[in-house]
Design a protein around this ligand. Sequence first.
Ligand code: C2E
Ligand code: MG
Ligand code: MG
Ligand code: MG
Length: 282
Amino acid sequence: AVKETGKADFRFYEEGMLEQARERLALTVELREALQTGQLAVEYQPKRNLRDGTLAGVEALARWPHPVRGDVPPAIFVAIAERSGLIHALGEYVLREVLNQLQSWDAAGTVVDYVAINLSMHELSRPAFVDTLHRAVRSYGVDPTRIRFELTESTAMREPEETMRQLVKLRSHGFDLLIDDFGAGYWNLSHLRELPVGTIKIDQSFVRGSASNLADREITEAIVGLAKKLNMRTIAEGVETRAQAEWLRDLGCDIGQGYFFARPMSADAFTRYLAPTPAYAG
Ligand code: C2E
Ligand code: MG
Ligand code: MG
Ligand code: MG
């Protein structure tokens, strides 16, 4: 339910079901309008190679600075978008923003190898999804290898065969795919065998728990080990301390992302952030 994913900084209804439904409807209407009027923004968070601290790429994260409600968390508006079908418009919006940004960075000589975009599996329900996407990327003159997709699974896969076909097609155009939030939600081990993905992103709950919880450390280690055996790369998200970054590096995890390196930031802030030398050097 929408309510459960709400965050502390966004006041959500404690009221009953009716109120929730009404609230959801209001948000849906407002989100549609926000998408039409360009109210949404995209922030960027660096992904750093844990061995040498160099920038691997960035993740694009959608933001909705609502004029009345304040910042609506993505967990809320992505869920609203998935329920209402607005997820397609949201995906197109974010893609356009990212393609424009890549063009600007290229023109300014800012080196960003790739941008990872979160892809809700709901977006694959449109048969034309991959072709439309491929056309858009080409029209911007951006090489598909510079766009990667972080696959998130908020529900059990509904049409596994059709989904698989779409993912294989996406991959065949050169777009890289990775499994987001691995170890949480609906991803399971058979997906590692079946999906055309080369990278696993370890869910941040394990990294967060690693300082105090032996099981979280063991699980993280096991995921990195498993990925290595399958010739897959690993990204750790939610890295908040130097100790975590070093521990993950020593485990053999390839890439780190989290507040220790940098919070998600506006494109302009990111451009400035890339100008000086990085704060972390392996
Ligand atoms: P995600 O893709 O797993 O993104 C990671 C989330 O963790 C982001 O939350 C990010 O801001 C946050 N984060 C990054 N580093 C740290 C850290 O060190 N500590 C902590 N505590 N958090 C950290 P955010 O931006 O609220 O996004 C939440 C989720 O919403 C994303 O999870 C993703 O699933 C979804 N989302 C965001 N943007 C989009 C989008 O454009 N399209 C789709 N379909 N989903 C999106
Ligand atoms: Mg992600
Ligand atoms: Mg995550
Ligand atoms: Mg997530």
